[in-house]
Design a protein around this ligand. Structure first.
Ligand SMILES: Cc1cc2nc3c(=O)[nH]c(=O)nc-3n(C[C@H](O)[C@H](O)[C@H](O)COP(=O)(O)OP(=O)(O)OC[C@H]3O[C@@H](n4cnc5c(N)ncnc54)[C@H](O)[C@@H]3O)c2cc1C
Length: 454
């Protein structure tokens, strides 16, 4: 065997798995195979001037490389079982929380000291939300910010680089089951290991599907979340964001009984484009450094769509809606809430005259031509509901960017050790469909490292 353990993917799942292995089982020979670049070589070529849009790099530096999809993210580590994944269904709620707290300790030790931990515990907003038919989910959130998140990753790499063998720019093509372990194939090279931890995230979703098909590992299809990103003056939500930073609020619509939820709140942040397989969708982030902050707060409003037989391609459904917005707007569309309600498109003049400056250069348009009626009705209902706890949310000038889509991986069948039907083959992080967040993915890595025995 070349290695005791091979980890595929150097996102949070893979990194924390390697970290814990090197702490608890330092004698093991561990390797990480990563399709993307090492951290310092990760640069997206879009500079807004010479290169304005995605040129389809062989390995996308935003999604791939050391740090995974989270490397340039807002670095919000939510410590909760209420959202961010269903790890607790496999390992229990108490254990899941303990592991997320442990990840938080590591983040503090490796550069995050001094960052703020926000919490919903004891907040008055829970009651205010309930009184208005809104439900505030419980969570503590460590906000590292894009800048500190990067420093933590640099420090973790420095710690790991002499203990683990890294193979960057080395996508794994396939995994084969061999006597006593696994064979990992990358181009012309083959490597053997006793145990294999697969942590390939969202960007590895298609590859993961193929591995499961080839090895007959059972899976089930998942959901897709579709909606818009809301941007408004930071003052409108400041009473909530100052105390909680991020408030995850859920609303059940009166008309259809659908659940609409806030997602990824970025106080004084910026709305950004996201490129998923060539389709431009919208996202948001914010910086810890006050010098980089804006006047606006943004957050997503999302509706989850689950499909049942015979339709299985929930991600394909989300992609088609995003493609429609790209077809009409050449990318992301922006619309004033007032224009949406009056049934008219926003145009450059109406956006220009608004009392808010958009942080993303999107195409003014009409989201009602893109989003299915049921989803759009739910979003409008929730905006009016939020207006009761944060007056000003339903102002005419509130900006809606569309579409925002959250794709999920299909869920891979694993046991309480996150081990597949093949002993010693573990599937963790977002690639397993079980986690959808930094803290849950990291916790799944620690869990496997602790339970893996050789
Ligand atoms: C813009 C953005 C902002 C985000 N902000 C937040 C946030 O603030 N808070 C939060 O909780 N979550 C956030 N997320 C989600 C979060 O980043 C993910 O949930 C998390 O990174 C999942 O970790 P992971 O290790 O499972 O997968 P990933 O981070 O996706 O890492 C998987 C790695 O595997 C590699 N890989 C894939 N296939 C192969 C292969 N065949 N061979 C070798 N390597 C392979 C990929 O290159 C990648 O580096 C954000 C995501 C994005 C895109």
């Amino acid at each position: 065997m070349d290695f005791d353990v091979i980890i595929i993917g150097a996102g949070p799942g893979g990194i924390y798995s390697a970290f814990e292995l090197s702490k608890t089982k330092p004698d093991l020979k561990v390797a990480i195979f990563e399709g993307g670049h090492e951290l310092k070589k990760r640069h997206c070529p879009i500079d807004g001037e010479k290169i304005k849009s995605c040129i389809g790099c062989k390995s996308c530096s935003i999604m791939s490389g050391f740090g995974g999809a989270g490397a340039f993210s807002d670095g919000k580590y939510n410590i909760t079982n209420d959202f961010g994944g269903t790890l607790y269904e496999y390992i229990g709620k108490t254990q899941a929380l303990k592991l997320m707290e442990y990840v938080d300790e590591i983040n503090l030790e490796y550069g995050g000291k001094g960052t703020k931990l926000y919490s919903t515990a004891g907040t008055k907003f829970k009651k205010i939300c309930m009184q208005n038919d809104l439900h505030l989910l419980d969570a503590s959130v460590r906000h590292l910010g894009t800048d500190i998140n990067y420093i933590v990753l640099e420090n973790l790499y420095d710690f790991l680089k002499d203990k683990v063998t890294f193979f960057f720019d080395t996508p794994v093509e396939s995994i084969e089951v061999v006597d006593g372990g696994y064979k990992v194939i990358c181009g012309d090279a083959e490597y053997h290991c006793k145990k294999c931890v697969v942590s390939v995230g969202r960007s590895g979703s298609k590859w993961m599907e193929k591995v499961c098909k080839d090895l007959s590992i059972p899976t089930k299809s998942n959901r897709v979340d579709i909606g818009v990103r809301v941007e408004l003056p930071a003052e409108v939500f400041s009473h909530l964001t100052d105390e909680l930073y991020e408030s995850k609020i859920v609303y059940r619509t009166a008309e259809y009984g659908d659940r609409v939820r806030t997602f990824c709140m970025n106080p004084k942040g910026a709305v950004v484009n996201e490129n998923t397989n060539g389709i431009i969708t919208v996202n948001g982030h914010s910086y810890e450094d006050p010098a980089k902050q804006t006047q606006n707060t943004n957050f997503a409003l999302l509706v989850a769509k689950h499909f049942s037989e015979p339709f299985k391609d929930s991600n394909g459904y989300g992609e088609s809606i995003a493609r429609l917005s790209n077809m009409l707007g050449g990318g992301v569309i922006v619309q004033r809430f007032g224009d949406l309600i009056r049934g008219r498109r926003s145009n450059p003049v109406r956006i220009e005259e608004a009392f808010i400056t958009p942080t993303l250069n999107a195409t003014p348009g009409d989201l009602s031509l893109v989003l299915p009626k049921r989803i759009l009705d739910g979003i409008i209902e929730m905006i009016y509901a939020l207006d009761k706890v944060a007056p000003g949310t339903a102002n005419d000038d509130t900006l809606l960017y569309g579409v925002e889509v959250k794709f999920y991986n299909m869920e891979v069948s694993v046991n309480e050790n996150l081990e597949s039907c093949y002993p010693g083959l573990y599937i963790i992080g977002d690639g397993s469909g079980i986690t959808h967040s930094l803290s849950h993915a990291s916790a799944s890595g620690i869990h496997v490292a602790r339970n893996l025995s050789i």
